[in-house]
Design a protein around this ligand. Structure first.
Ligand SMILES: [Zn+2]
Length: 531
C-alpha cells in the first residue's frame, strides 16, 4: 500500500452535528470500514466516556481482515507523572493495536489553553509517548494538534514539539489542521519543511474542511510526502467536517496512482459511503464527488448523446471504478435521446422508435400532472414495463386504511391496515409506525413477506414531499419521492395526488413492484444461464 488510510469516523466523525452513534453502530461501522479495507480505525477515546470503553471491550470479538483498531487520547496532565495519569492508564487498558495521542503544537494554546510553560508541554509530549510505547509494546501515533497554525505562529517551537514526539518513539507524526483554515500551498511548504528537518519521521495529515479545502490540503500533503491520511467517511465531523475520505481515497488512487485500499476494493467505495450515511442517520448530498447519486448523472440532451458515444466526453473517470453507476435523467425537457439512452441501460432490447416515442408521451403526460422522474428511476422503469408489456403484477390491493393513535401515552404512533391478495392468498395486516408512511410501509411489506421473503432486504432511506402546482389553491397536489435501498441497489419512486397519503401509497407500491420485478428478471436470467 502506498498510503495508509486512518479512519476517524467513530471518533472525530461522531463529533459532527446530528451524528450520534451507539456501541452497536460503532461495531457495525468497524465491519463496514474493514470491508472497505482501510488500514486503521480510530474507535474512540476510552478515557472520555463509558460508551467508548465498552466499544474497546467488544471490538476484539470482531474478526477483521485489514484494519487495526486505534485508541485515541491526549498527552498526560500538566502536573502529574505519566504513570499516575488516569487517562493514559485508560488508553493502556483499552489494549488497542495502536494508540494515538494528541498534543499541543501552537504556543498560544500552550500558554492560554493549557497554561503551562513551553518546556513543560514538551515534557508532557515526550513522557506520554514514551510511557504508552513501553506500557503497550505497540505503535504510538502522535497527532500534532493545530500544527499548521503553530507553524505559522512560532515555527521553531512547533518543530520542537514534533522532535519531542519523534525522539520519544512516536511511529507517525500527524500534522493537523485542526481549525481547518489552511491553504494548500501553506500545507505543501510546511510538510516539505518537516520532512527536511525530520527525514526519518513518517508523516500523516489530518485536516478539517472549514475553508472548503480539506481534500485539496490532503492531496497537497500527500504530494509533499505524507504517507498517512486521517479523515472521516463522507466528511462527517466537527463543524464543517473532517476531510471526506471517499473523495481523498478516490483522488489518490485514480489521479495520483497511489494505492490506498487492497486490490479491487475501490469499487466498494460507493456502497460503503451509502451504508455509512445510513448508519450515521444523515442524508448524503446527491452531488458528493465520486459516490453521490448525481456524480455520474446526465441530463442535458447534448451531454447525454455525447456520453453515449464516448463516456469520457463528460465523465472524468468511469463510474464503475468507484462502484457507482451512470444515470441518464429523464424528463419531458430532455426528450427522446435521454429516454433512448436510459433504455439502453435498463432495457436494451427496446429499440423500436415508436415504442420510445410512446414512452416519451407517457412521461410528458405524467409530468403534466405533477410527476417527476429525475429522481425516480424505479417508477420510470415500471412505466416502461407497463408500456412494453413486461410488467408483472405482484399483488392486488383491496384497500388500505390509516388510524392515528392519540392515546395518553402515545401521541405520534399511527396504525395502518393493508388488505391485499398475493399469490391467490388474501392477506390482512395491521402494523404500527411513526407517521402514516412508515406504518403503511411496515404493513405492506409484512403482508408480502410470506410470498416474497427477499423484501426483508428492503428499507426506506428517504422521504420527501413537495407541493406542486400550488397556484391552483385548493386543488394543490403533492409529489412524494421515496428512496429505498434493496440489497446493494438504491432507487427512487414517485407518487402524486391531492392526498398526501395516497401519493405516498403510490410511491410505496411502485417501490415494492419495482424491487420484485427486478428480482424476478434476475432470477429468470440465472435460470436461463443454468439451463
Ligand atoms: Zn480533527
Amino acid at each position: 500500500m502506498d498510503l495508509e488510510i486512518y479512519d476517524s469516523t467513530l471518533r472525530d466523525g461522531s463529533q459532527g452535528e446530528g451524528v450520534n452513534l451507539s456501541v452497536a453502530d460503532k461495531l457495525n461501522l468497524t465491519r463496514d470500514l474493514d470491508w472497505l479495507g482501510v488500514a486503521y480505525i480510530e474507535g474512540g477515546w476510552p478515557g472520555s466516556n463509558p460508551k467508548d470503553e465498552e466499544y474497546f471491550a467488544k471490538v476484539p470479538e470482531l474478526t477483521l481482515e485489514h484494519a487495526k483498531i486505534c485508541a485515541f487520547g491526549s498527552t498526560r496532565r500538566a502536573r502529574s507523572g505519566a504513570k499516575d495519569d488516569a487517562n493514559l492508564r485508560k488508553l493502556v487498558e483499552a489494549r488497542a493495536q495502536v494508540t494515538t495521542i494528541f498534543g499541543k503544537t501552537w504556543d498560544l494554546h500552550v500558554r492560554d489553553a493549557l497554561r503551562v510553560s513551553l518546556e513543560d508541554n514538551l515534557a508532557m509530549i515526550s513522557d506520554s509517548v514514551a510511557y504508552l510505547a513501553s506500557e503497550t509494546g505497540r505503535p504510538v501515533f502522535y497527532d500534532a494538534e493545530h500544527f499548521f497554525d503553530g507553524y505559522k505562529a512560532n515555527r521553531d517551537y512547533a518543530m520542537q514539539t514534533l522532535q519531542a514526539a519523534h525522539a520519544a518513539g512516536a511511529q507517525r507524526l500527524i500534522l493537523c489542521d485542526t481549525n481547518g483554515g489552511g491553504m494548500p500551498w501553506e500545507v505543501t511548504a510546511a510538510v516539505l519543511e518537516v520532512a527536511r528537518m525530520l527525514p526519518q519521521a513518517r508523516l500523516g495529515i489530518h485536516v478539517h474542511n472549514d475553508g472548503g479545502l480539506a481534500v485539496a490540503n490532503t492531496m497537497a500533503a500527500v504530494q509533499a510526502g505524507c504517507i498517512q491520511i486521517q479523515g472521516c467517511m463522507n466528511g462527517v465531523g466537527e463543524r464543517c467536517g473532517n476531510v471526506d475520505l471517499t473523495t481523498a481515497i478516490a483522488n489518490c488512487e485514480l489521479k495520483l496512482g497511489k494505492r490506498c485500499l487492497p486490490e479491487g476494493h475501490l469499487q466498494r467505495l460507493t456502497e460503503v459511503s451509502r451504508t455509512v450515511w445510513e448508519r450515521v442517520n444523515l442524508i448524503g448530498p446527491t452531488n458528493q464527488p465520486f459516490v453521490g447519486r448525481s456524480a455520474f448523472a446526465h441530463k442535458g440532451g447534448i451531454h447525454v448523446s455525447a456520453v453515449q458515444r464516448n463516456a469520457a466526453t463528460y465523465e472524468h473517470i468511469v463510474p464503475e471504478a468507484v462502484g457507482n453507476t451512470r444515470r441518464i435523467l429523464v424528463s419531458e425537457l430532455s426528450g427522446r435521446a435521454n429516454i433512448q439512452a436510459k433504455l439502453a441501460i435498463l432495457h436494451p432490447q427496446i429499440a423500436d422508435p415508436q415504442v420510445v416515442a410512446s414512452i416519451l408521451e407517457d412521461v410528458v403526460q405524467h409530468e403534466h400532472t405533477g410527476y417527476s422522474y429525475e429522481a425516480a428511476d424505479g417508477s420510470f422503469d415500471l412505466l416502461v414495463r407497463r408500456r412494453v408489456g413486461a410488467f408483472r403484477q405482484m399483488f392486488t390491493l383491496h384497500h388500505y386504511r390509516i388510524h392515528g393513535l392519540g392515546t395518553e401515552e402515545v401521541d405520534h404512533l399511527v396504525e395502518a391496515t393493508v388488505k391485499i391478495t398475493v399469490q391467490d392468498v388474501l392477506r390482512l395486516v395491521v402494523a404500527e409506525g411513526h407517521g402514516p408512511v412508515d406504518a403503511l410501509s411496515h404493513a405492506l411489506i409484512e403482508a408480502l413477506l410470506p410470498a416474497y421473503p427477499e423484501l426483508k432486504e428492503m428499507h426506506l432511506v428517504d422521504y420527501k414531499v413537495r407541493v406542486v402546482n400550488s397556484a391552483d389553491g385548493t386543488a394543490a397536489r403533492v409529489r412524494v419521492l421515496i428512496e429505498h435501498r434493496f440489497g446493494h441497489e438504491s432507487f427512487g419512486t414517485v407518487g402524486v395526488s391531492e392526498n398526501i397519503i395516497q401519493a405516498s401509497w403510490i410511491a410505496l407500491q411502485d417501490a415494492v413492484e419495482y424491487a420484485l420485478n427486478r428480482r424476478a428478471d434476475a432470477q429468470r436470467l440465472t435460470a436461463a444461464g443454468g439451463a
